[in-house]
Design a protein around this ligand. Structure first.
Ligand SMILES: [Zn+2]
Length: 150
């Protein structure tokens, strides 16, 4: 869905938590970014006006971000994309991989006892092995989305 340009790492993480397939390439060259967007039909999200213009000239979809704060950046994006009806908590915020459901027995040593007793659903990232559940930091992010009316 999205390809996020440098300086927008926090925004990339939030987009993944919202459920969007989001590639973050902080060190990619312009040419590489344009090619990747073309090949994978991704929407470029950038703060670089020249890159934005170049993407548009290449017939790509691109969104120029103005704010330097991830909350305002999300609000900017929400004026153009539907950020409300998304599959939240389906992707790892670190590596963009789709999370898989995992029985609590398999991660007992990695989750505090009170969490095991109060949560029903656990997910794991198949790439980095990070464990997610609804009460983790993810919930904090989702509450922030709500405050932003996203
Ligand atoms: Zn991961």
């Amino acid at each position: 869905m999205f390809l996020v340009d440098r300086m927008l790492g926090k925004l990339a993480k939030k987009l993944r938590l919202l459920g969007f397939d989001t590639i973050y390439l902080p060190h990619a060259q312009e040419e590489q970014i344009i090619q990747l967007c073309k090949q994978n039909n991704r929407i470029l999200i950038t703060r670089d006006r020249l890159l934005h213009m170049r993407a548009l000239k290449n017939g790509l979809r691109s969104h120029l971000i103005h704010s330097d704060n991830w909350r305002d950046q999300l609000v900017e994006l929400s004026s153009r994309f539907d950020l409300k009806n998304t599959n939240r908590m389906t992707r790892c915020s670190l590596c963009n991989a789709e999370l898989e459901k995992i029985p609590v027995e398999k991660i007992k040593d990695r989750v505090p006892l009170y969490v095991q007793n109060t949560q029903n659903d656990f997910f794991i990232c198949p790439v980095c092995n990070r464990v997610y559940w609804a009460g983790s930091h993810v919930q904090h992010a989702i509450e922030e989305f709500r405050r932003l009316r996203i």
